[in-house]
Design a protein around this ligand. Structure first.
Ligand SMILES: NC(=O)CC[C@H](N)C(=O)O
Length: 194
């Protein structure tokens, strides 16, 4: 059984938990303490408000331990605000949170809440059919450096990136019915435990 944590401080925690419950061989674990970080094989940083989640990661004394687990190979997936938390560079903000991925992220890149939208896109590494994508005050990636690999682009904007054990998506698979991205991440976690 793979134990996949969801950082449970703010944001779409329940939605990710429900998606992971639908996968066989995965047990979702909500993560709030340093001890919780010891019992998981992978971690999801949910969408929400990156400034708030970033501050809570520090307040709950989780930051150095998340960074250490990432550096020793534990898969981490950030969705939306989670992508911002993973980035080494935030173009329109001074703050860097976990600073783990070689990506340059623009916050609220599609405009205000009113500019939130849904679409579908074929992302061949993830599914053989176009999957639904939900963007809510979403960031996108302006540049991916080093060995960061672009998984998906929409209208010439980078919206999904993988760098070794780290995965970042601008959109929210947990707010759709489609399990492809959760399955893709669970496979990353399964491979890292072999
Ligand atoms: N849906 C989301 O996670 C939005 C992210 C939010 N705009 C931020 O900058 O933190």
């Amino acid at each position: 059984m793979l134990r996949i944590g969801i950082l449970g401080l703010q944001g779409s925690v329940i939605e990710h938990t429900i998606m992971l419950e639908r996968l066989e061989d995965v047990e979702p674990v909500q993560v709030k303490t340093r001890d919780d970080l010891d019992v998981i094989d992978g971690l999801i940083l949910p969408g929400g408000e990156s400034t708030t989640i970033g501050r809570l990661i520090t307040d709950y004394n989780l930051k150095d331990k998340i960074i250490e687990r990432a550096r020793t190979g534990m898969p981490i997936w950030g969705t939306c605000a989670g992508m911002i938390l993973l980035a080494k560079h935030i173009i329109n903000d001074d703050k860097v949170h976990l600073g783990l991925m070689d990506i340059y992220v623009r916050r609220n890149a599609y405009g205000s809440q009113l500019d939130s939208f849904k679409t579908t896109l074929l992302i061949p590494v993830v599914a053989e059919y176009p999957i639904p994508l939900v963007f809510i005050r979403a960031p996108y990636v302006e540049k991916a450096d080093g060995d960061a690999e672009i998984l998906a682009e929409l209208d010439d904007k980078i919206i999904a990136v993988r760098q070794s054990n780290l995965l970042a998506t601008s959109f929210h698979p947990e707010l759709t019915d489609d399990l492809s991205f959760h399955r893709y991440f669970a496979n990353m976690v399964a491979k890292s435990t072999i």
